[in-house]
Design a protein around this ligand. Structure first.
Ligand SMILES: NC(=O)C1=CN([C@@H]2O[C@H](COP(=O)(O)OP(=O)(O)OC[C@H]3O[C@@H](n4cnc5c(N)ncnc54)[C@H](O)[C@@H]3O)[C@@H](O)[C@H]2O)C=CC1
Length: 302
C-alpha cells in the first residue's frame, strides 16, 4: 500500500513514515512549499504526483494559544486547507484519512465522549478543526475522520519533551491537574492510521468503515499525571526529573480556553476497524526512552 501524508515535519507524519517502514507500507511525506494548505493550487498536483492509494491529512495549524490571535490563518489551514485535500482525494478517486481533535468538545459531559456527542469547541483552534471535519466530509464521501488527543512523540513540540527540558533546570514544575484527557503517542496513532487505511483500500464502498471515529490511547490522565509519569520513566533511566506541583487551570492562564475533560470513547473504531491503541503509560515509556537516547550525554548522568 502507498500512502501520501501531508504535514511532512509534523509528529504524526514523521511517525507514519517510521511505522510505515516497519509495517511494509510505502509512505510519501509531503510538505511546504511543494504542498501548502494555504496555496490551493499546490495541493492536487503534489498529491497526484505521489500516486497514493490513500491520502492522510496530518498537516494542521496546531498552535492552540496563538490561534486566538490568528483565527483567519487557523481556519485557512484547518478548514479550507483540509477541505482542499479532501477534494483532491475525491478527484484522484482515493480515500482520505483526516485527523481531528478532542478539542472539538467543551468537556462538560462527565464521561468519555462518543462520536454522536454534540461538539462545542471552547477556542479558535477547536472551532477551526470542527469546521475542517465538515469541509472534509462535504468534499469527499470516501473519508475517515480520526479524532486524536494530547499527541506526543520523540520529536517535535509536545508536552513530554517540554517536561524533560524543564526538569533539566528546575526541581519543581507547576502543572495543571484539573484537565482530563488521554495522552496519545504519535507512533500509536500511526499504527491506527495504517490499519484504517488498509481497511479502506481493501473494502471500497463499505459504508461502516467511513465517517467519524475517536482514536486515542486507552486510559486517562491529567497533565499533572502525565508529567509525573514522564519524570518517573525518566528518573528510572537516569534522565532529568522534577517534583510536580499540582495547580488548577485558573492558576495557569492561557490565551485559549481549555476544556476540563475531553476523554474519548474509542469503542466505535475498535468495533468497526479492529483498532485499539495501547494504554498511554505503555506507549509513554518507549517515547521517554527514545527522548533520552536522543539527548544522550546531555541528559544521562551516567
Ligand atoms: N498535537 C496535538 O496534541 C494534537 C494534534 N491533533 C491533530 O493531529 C494532527 C497532527 O498533529 P501533529 O502531528 O501533532 O501536528 P504538528 O504541529 O506536529 O505538525 C503539523 C504539520 O503541519 C504543517 N503545516 C502547517 N501549516 C501548513 C500548511 N499551510 N501547509 C502544509 N503544511 C502545514 C506544519 O509545518 C507541521 O509540520 C493535526 O490535524 C492536529 O490538529 C489533534 C489533537 C491533539
Amino acid at each position: 500500500m502507498r500512502i501520501a501524508v501531508t504535514g511532512r515535519e509534523g509528529q504524526v507524519a514523521r511517525a507514519l513514515v517510521e511505522r510505515g517502514r516497519a509495517l511494509g507500507v510505502e509512505v510519501v511525506p509531503l510538505g511546504r512549499p511543494a504542498l501548502d494548505l494555504m496555496a490551493p493550487a499546490t495541493i492536487l498536483p503534489a498529491l497526484a504526483a505521489a500516486a497514493p492509494q490513500v491520502i492522510v491529512n496530518a498537516a494542521a495549524y496546531t498552535a492552540v494559544d496563538k490561534a486566538e490571535s490568528e483565527p483567519e490563518l487557523a481556519h485557512a489551514v484547518n478548514e479550507a486547507g483540509a477541505g482542499a485535500v479532501a477534494a483532491a482525494a475525491a478527484r484522484l478517486g482515493v480515500p482520505v484519512v483526516h485527523l481531528s481533535t478532542d478539542y472539538v468538545f467543551d468537556g462538560h459531559i462527565g464521561r468519555p465522549h462518543r462520536e454522536e456527542d454534540a461538539p462545542s469547541p471552547v477556542n479558535v483552534y477547536g472551532r477551526s478543526k470542527l469546521a475542517g471535519e465538515a469541509a472534509v466530509a462535504a468534499a469527499a464521501p470516501d473519508h475517515a475522520i480520526l479524532r486524536v488527543a494530547w499527541v506526543y512523540s520523540p520529536v517535535g513540540r509536545n508536552f513530554v519533551r517540554t517536561m524533560l527540558t524543564l526538569a533539566e533546570n528546575r526541581d519543581v514544575v507547576r502543572v495543571v491537574a484539573d484537565q482530563r484527557g488521554t495522552p496519545t503517542s504519535a507512533l500509536a496513532i500511526a499504527d491506527g492510521i495504517i490499519a484504517v487505511a488498509r481497511n479502506l483500500v481493501a473494502r471500497p464502498g463499505e459504508v461502516a468503515l467511513r465517517g467519524l471515529f475517536h482514536m486515542s490511547a486507552s486510559g486517562e490522565a491529567t497533565w499533572a499525571d502525565l508529567a509525573e509519569a514522564v519524570f518517573a520513566e525518566s528518573a528510572m533511566r537516569g534522565g532529568p526529573s522534577a517534583r510536580v506541583e499540582r495547580i488548577g487551570t485558573a492558576d495557569y492562564p492561557t490565551p485559549a480556553a481549555r476544556a476540563p475533560d475531553t476523554r474519548l470513547d474509542c469503542s466505535r473504531i475498535a468495533a468497526v476497524h479492529g483498532v485499539a491503541l495501547p494504554p498511554w503509560r505503555v506507549s509513554l515509556a518507549g517515547v521517554v526512552a527514545r527522548c533520552l537516547a536522543a539527548e544522550e550525554g546531555k541528559w544521562r548522568r551516567a
